[in-house]
Design a protein around this ligand. Structure first.
Ligand code: 5GP
Length: 188
């Protein structure tokens, strides 16, 4: 395989996206895997950069046509998935792929790619912290935040299925740990 895969999974609000963005700025030959998703675009997001925003109908067509390596109905009626073409787009350039995906998706990709993949679970210091981060982000409604917290409680139970757990109680420390873990993996 040309490039390796680095998977970041975490409950929503654990700070995973911030860590991923910082990893992409390092000279590690990484590129972000842009997922397809059916939720509404947030005001600060760009189609084709953060996600490929598509309709539920289009998403279901892609499932039928076997275009996904994995997909999940992450929230009721809201679909997210990694397109096979996206992995090829990045590995064909000889680059390593970085994923920001939910816990189930992360476990699935790790199982498929085994030693070619590194799976990292970003752990929030507590559920209370998570709630505060989601509220401060002010991109989601209270109802959405409640849904995300319920899901987070379930997701925390899967941390031990990952190659590495990074506790994000201090961003700078977490970023350093993520970087060192990736370097070690890429040098193997
Ligand atoms: P958000 O709506 O906050 O951008 O993402 C919600 C959740 O969906 C996050 O945990 C995010 O990592 C996850 N997610 C994003 N893309 C994918 C994907 O392609 N597959 C899966 N399984 N989850 C994804």
């Amino acid at each position: 395989m040309k490039g390796k895969l680095i998977i970041f999974s975490a409950p929503s609000g654990a700070g995973k996206t911030t860590i991923v963005k910082q990893m992409l700025d390092l000279e590690l030959n990484l590129e972000f895997s842009i997922s397809a998703c059916t939720r509404e675009k947030r005001f600060n997001e760009i189609n084709g950069k953060d996600y490929y925003f598509i309709s539920v109908q289009e998403f279901k067509k892609k499932i039928k046509e076997n275009e996904f390596i994995e997909w999940e109905e992450v929230y009721e009626g809201v679909f997210y998935g990694t397109l096979k073409s996206e992995i090829n787009r990045i590995t064909d350039k000889g680059k390593n792929v970085v994923f920001d995906i939910d816990v189930k998706g992360g476990i699935n990709i790790k199982n498929l790619y085994k030693d070619d993949a590194l799976s990292i679970f970003v752990m929030p210091p507590s559920i209370k912290h998570l709630e505060e981060r989601l509220k401060n982000r002010s991109t989601d409604s209270l109802e959405t935040i409640k849904k995300r917290l319920r899901k987070a409680e379930l997701e925390l139970q899967y941390a031990d299925r990952f190659d590495r757990v990074i506790i994000n109680d201090n961003l700078e420390k977490a970023v350093k740990e993520a970087k060192n873990t990736i370097l070690e993996f890429l040098e193997k």
